[in-house]
Design a protein around this ligand. Structure first.
Ligand SMILES: [Mn+2]
Length: 419
């Protein structure tokens, strides 16, 4: 009974906001919208009366909850479980809702979802964050099954660092541009506390708000980027739009957020960049490594060059993984698949090594499109990509400086185990 009453009240409140009481025209416009499009093609008509007009208005008040002390909240019933159990937060981590929660909990890593995907090739990356939350959590989570890593031994990053799920950025499902500010707000909130934001997309247009927020906190030109991608993502414009998943690199470098010489691309494997694009990259000293370098000199050499280039004169590193750097054999659900990409056994140790070797201040993984993959592999690979990066960061925190570290017990068989 009480809930019915609340529901009715909520409905009245919603209706009242959606259509002002003194407005008997509903949402009708003065002129047919087809004429608006024809007469002013550059101004998309929007109705200011719509409460969903601005994604920035869609943030819930983080204090609109039962009264509690600030800090992360563990919302799981059980102390641990298998991957098909539990409320699907990233890695079944506790939840943080506000910057105060992050600070009070001394959070070191905050995962967040951002589901804008309007500029991706095959739409569906909007489902990426949820696919990664529900994807295989490598056997188990929590206290029930402490997780070993096949190279790093019993280093479980969720135990080495305080990690949370910070929720999803509210977005305008019909505009990437109009979704940028809420993504930027959340990434900045995390970065300001000193925690590492880990953004799960969503398409690669996210790289723009992600890195603007990071460089707002750490300084323009102070962050190097190691960018795994089949594409260079530096086209100037697309249908007149400044922002798309093909353009964030151009925006970030042209606006001076990241120096071209600290922008390192690994795995290029597509019709883009062409000659003109490469001319722009060279002019801006962008460091690029096409996929053939993996065969020419091996992935370890590419990795070592990339780390040196990204940290050339700067201290901090942002890792951007567009899953289309991989061969689609490994992850068929992605925005813009490109056959002939790298293997998981190349990507994983590279990611771990970057985590170990550099001061990572932000991570994004984008273009995971579970809708295009009925085999669920892509979500599972997405989980593992994040785990490899964070395992590297955890190893670094534990003082391990070998980029190719393997726990001795996981390497050499034979002989008794010494305590
Ligand atoms: Mn990309």
């Amino acid at each position: 009974m009480r809930s019915t009453l609340l529901f009715a009240l909520a409905l009245v409140a919603l209706t009242a906001t959606a259509v002002p009481a003194d407005d008997d025209k509903g949402t009708a416009t003065e002129e047919p919208i087809i004429d608006m499009f024809r007469n002013s093609p550059n101004a998309i008509p929007l109705d200011p009366r719509d409460p969903t007009l601005d994604p920035m208005n869609l943030f819930r008040d983080p204090n609109d909850n039962p009264k509690r002390e600030p800090g992360p909240i563990n919302i799981q019933k059980a102390v641990g479980g298998l991957s098909f159990q539990g409320i699907p937060t990233f890695f079944r981590l506790p939840v943080a809702l506000s910057q105060e929660d992050l600070t009070a909990g001394k959070v070191e890593v905050a995962f967040m979802g951002a589901s804008q995907d309007l500029s991706t090739g095959q739409r569906g990356t909007a489902y990426g964050p949820q696919a990664v939350r529900t994807g295989e959590v490598v056997g188990g989570w929590g206290e029930l099954m402490p997780l070993a890593h096949p190279s790093a031994g019993e280093v479980d990053f969720t135990k080495v660092m305080t990690c949370v799920d910070y929720g999803d950025a509210p977005i305008d499902i019909m505009s990437n541009e109009r979704s940028v500010l809420s993504v930027h707000k959340m990434v900045k909130e995390i970065a300001e506390t000193g925690a590492i934001p880990v953004i799960v997309g969503g398409d690669h247009s996210l790289m723009y708000p992600d890195l603007v927020a990071i460089t707002d906190v750490y300084g323009k030109g102070k962050v190097g980027v190691i960018h795994f991608d089949a594409h260079f993502d530096g086209i100037p414009l697309l249908f007149g739009h400044y922002l798309s998943h093909g353009a964030p690199v151009r925006r970030l470098i042209d606006e001076g957020h990241v120096n071209g010489r600290n922008f390192v691309q690994i795995g290029l494997n597509s019709v883009k960049p062409g000659k003109k694009d490469i001319a722009w990259m060279r002019e801006n000293q962008v460091r690029y490594h096409f996929i053939h370098e993996f065969d020419d000199k091996g992935w370890r050499a590419v990795l070592e060059e990339a780390i040196a280039e990204a940290t050339d004169g700067v201290e901090y590193v942002f890792i951007s993984v567009d899953t289309d750097c991989l061969d689609p054999a490994f992850a068929p659900g992605m925005g813009t698949p490109e056959p002939g990409g790298m293997t998981l056994r190349e990507l994983f140790p590279m990611l771990r090594a970057i985590g170990t070797q550099t001061k990572v201040v932000g991570v994004e993984m984008v273009e995971v499109n579970p809708i295009a993959d009925p085999t669920y592999r892509t979500g599972q690979v997405g989980v593992r990509i994040l785990r490899e990066i964070m395992t590297g960061v955890a190893l670094g925190k534990l003082g391990i400086d070998d980029p190719y570290y393997v726990d001795p017990l996981w390497k050499d068989h034979g002989g008794p185990i010494e305590d």
